[in-house]
Design a protein around this ligand. Sequence first.
Ligand SMILES: *Cc1c(COP(=O)(O)O)cnc(C)c1O
Ligand code: SF4
Length: 359
Amino acid sequence: MHIITTSTERVGSTLAAEISKNPPSKNPSTSEATKTDWQESLKRAVRSPAELCRMLKLPPRCEAGAARATGQFPLFVPREYIARMKPGDPDDPLLRQVLPLDAETLDLPGFGTDPVGESGAKVTAGLLQKYEGRALLITTGACAVHCRYCFRRHFPYGETPPRTRAWSEAIEAIAADSSIHEVILSGGDPLTLPDEQLAPLAARLAQIPHVRRLRVHTRLPIMIPQRVNQKLLEWLCGTRLTSVVVIHANHVAEIDQAVAHSLKELVDAGLVVLNQSVLLRGVNDSVEALVQLCESLADLRVMPYYLHQLDRVAGAAHFEVPVEKGVQLVQQLRARLPGYCVPRYVQEVPGEPNKVVLA
Ligand SMILES: *Cc1c(COP(=O)(O)O)cnc(C)c1O
Ligand code: SF4
């Protein structure tokens, strides 16, 4: 895995000292018991732009801009992820995904709060069905990171009823519709919930005869790799359902040794593991960035699935890459890599029966 950098290689001394107070599990052979508890990592995540800027030794203008732009969607980033950022570089591709910028405050035509028409796809509170055969369960509003480009930054999570009631209603609706063959656990990020809640949910879904597959969309294995633990693997692999895990990495620098180890654990456990990325200006909008990401994922037996065109969510316009440029990038990618390493470049278009394939 030549492209994978260890976190220490990318970490400045102050940051390294900061992190060594509570080190992420860097050693692939670290036993279960000595791994930093993932829930602790969530609690210890950085929420203050000033703290993040100080840790990374960024110029004062970054801090001021971030404070102005934080708005309704506060900064939230785990220390494990910060450790992979390059100190002193305001353009670091990982930092760009999490640091609020002044550009977010611009109100631009065409960028709204429900860009993918989800409010029209609701079956019950917390259950969305847009596509045939698949239902998407919003398990929680919480995430392990706040991605500045996320279309869920305006999602009215507060309107969903308490979890247990919403889940019961959703499970009833799934049981009543025999066309649903796959249930997608999404959010937010479902893996921010404890396995003690997720295992019974998976068990209830497995009791519905027409449900065949369970898909989990999560950024946790990237953000806090020690989230991939024995308890998680037990309910994911121990079910009658075929489990599919879709992770979300946008840049090769997100994949350090601990992440690579966790991905290996998922694949070795027999799970199908796919990756989706969002095409983001200043993060991965170059052939080189995409080649490195896709090839490193394939080395780890994680198949590049989708490259998403940015949803036009208010506050994220500065991340947009024109579709024509995206198409060119994917064509160049196709000329460079084996076919199975090239993700489908897709766009979410309200009212379409599937995600629209752009290239
Ligand atoms: C993206 C999405 C899916 C899954 O689509 P696939 O093309 O099967 O990956 C399902 N439901 C909703 C609401 C979605 O947005
Ligand atoms: S839903 Fe996914 S992309 Fe959006 S903020 Fe959460 S982790 Fe990031």
